[in-house]
Design a protein around this ligand. Sequence first.
Ligand code: ZN
Length: 258
Amino acid sequence: MATLYHATGLVLSRRPWREADRAYAVLTPEHGKIDVIGRGASKPLAKLSSHLELCAEVHLLLVQGRTYETVAGAEQIRTFPGIYGNLSTMTLAHQGLHLIDLGTRERQADPKLYARALEWLAFVETAGPCRAERAAFLLAAFALKLLDLLGYCPELSHCLGCRTAVLPDAYRWHPLKGGIVCDACLRRFPQEWFAARPLPNEALKLVRFGIQEPFSDLLRLHLPGPLLPPFHEAVESLMAAHFPTIPALSLHEACAAC
Ligand SMILES: [Zn+2]
């Protein structure tokens, strides 16, 4: 038997579903990410679709069927109109939600993640226009904070093998094991750590900065150009190692239009 329930959520993505329907991925604080179907929502005049826009917080009335959950009612409760003021903020908002969609599995409730998603949209809304380089850096920092929330915060100061504090540039980076390994462990157990790769100390500091500092401070940081490629590579390698779905675009490509 079908049951009705209410949920509040953020629309992460939408895609066509069958002929006239749409499927939405919605992030909710109580139920985690849920996949719901909007019947006839693709028709231009359908009432539902206007409420189920990306980057809007919506109140939903859902019908839990045997196979699918269907949207019976939707009402916007918060929008972030400032996001649409320029291309870079729009890109950052959409790409941030896209990373949440790729990085999460369905039905894993995480109120902190929901709060972080709202915080990201509120930050982006007031961030103003920025160039592609800055946008990619902000998105990378968002990805790091997301990884942290999902339980994949990398170890950045102590060796994953022997737990001793690691000296600058006396380590390598191992995304799959989640952090850095010291030179001594690399020499002692080369087979265990063969996938470790170099990561400049200054790029490692950027990773730490991206995880720890609030979004507003990330806007003020002077961007060290040559360190951005290894920094981005480190973040992308973590996403590739831990996200259920690996992003199709690099962070730089995702922000190329900014
Ligand atoms: Zn070690």
